[in-house]
Design a protein around this ligand. Structure first.
Ligand SMILES: [Zn+2]
Length: 92
């Protein structure tokens, strides 16, 4: 999850999915500081590792594209609309 160079640490982007992927975060004196930096930058923690905002944006775009191609409903599990309606009622 961390890269180390010249006694400095940086969080590595886990996915490197985007062409303009940041690849790693700021170089810091400790792993803790490196992780704090990516948290402040709002990198996303996937459970396996961090991924950068560029990759997050890349995934969001792909998701939007998939929805357009297949239509919203095919993306949703059965009963999702009912849950949504309940949620809206609760808000009102
Ligand atoms: Zn990335």
């Amino acid at each position: 999850m961390f890269a180390k160079r010249n006694d400095q640490y940086s969080v590595i982007c886990h996915t490197r999915a985007a062409e303009d992927c940041s690849e790693n975060g700021e170089w810091c004196d400790s792993e803790e500081e490196a992780q704090e930096w990516v948290e402040q930058e709002c990198w996303i923690f996937s459970g396996e590792g961090w991924f950068c905002l560029k990759c997050n944006y890349h995934f969001m775009q792909n998701l939007a594209k998939t929805r357009r191609d297949k239509g919203m409903n095919s993306m949703l599990p059965d009963g999702w609309d009912d849950d949504l309606a309940v949620g809206i009622d609760t808000v009102r």
